[in-house]
Design a protein around this ligand. Structure first.
Ligand code: CU
Length: 181
């Protein structure tokens, strides 16, 4: 084998190793792609108030939300770290953060895996949003899985997330446990 061919082979091997490492880090196993989940949102008094659907893609999770009965304007919309909404919405715990980062898209230290952009309700009180994130996965075997030991839940807040270290999003007005579909 010529020297140039050998160098070429080494380069291919290095690229293959880098590609494998990048895919492992992202944590999306091929057999997890296409997995679906859903959260049925309810108000504090137990009334249905919307649905969030999640679809696992090869590079992250696509989240589609429709929430009704909101005050017009922006609302914090997060994945919280415990799959429970009872006896009250505090059961959902804080934001999902398997990596231990701080909160806020605009902070230097990264953000919680469960941080998501605010959703905006129109004058009719309905908010619809599509969001994509690679900070979480539906793959139960990955470190940043929404299906960890205690599950996960969506929370809609009364006020918008500040995107800073203190979310300041106020009361929890809707909650839904994330379940496989
Ligand atoms: Cu929240």
């Amino acid at each position: 084998m010529s020297l140039i061919a050998r160098i070429g082979c080494v380069a291919v091997l290095i690229l293959a190793a880098a590609w494998t490492a990048a895919c492992a880090e992202r944590g999306v196993a091929p057999d997890a792609v296409g997995a679906r989940a859903e959260a049925a949102l309810m108000t504090a008094d137990g009334q249905p108030t919307g649905t969030v659907t999640l679809t696992q893609g090869p590079n992250g999770v696509l989240i589609a939300a429709e929430v009704r009965g909101l005050a017009p304007g922006p609302h914090g919309f997060h994945i919280h770290g415990v799959g429970a909404c009872t006896p009250d919405f505090s059961a959902a715990g804080g934001h999902y953060q398997p990596g231990g980062e701080g909160h806020g898209f605009l902070e230097d230290d990264g953000h919680h895996a469960g941080d998501l952009p605010n959703i905006h309700a129109g004058a009719d009180g309905i908010a619809r949003a599509d969001v994509f994130t690679d900070a979480v996965t539906l793959d139960p075997d990955a470190a940043h899985s929404l299906f960890d030991d205690d599950g996960s839940a969506f929370i809609v807040h009364a006020k918008p997330d500040s995107y800073g270290a203190d979310p300041a999003a106020g009361d929890r007005v809707a909650c839904g446990v994330i379940e496989r579909r």
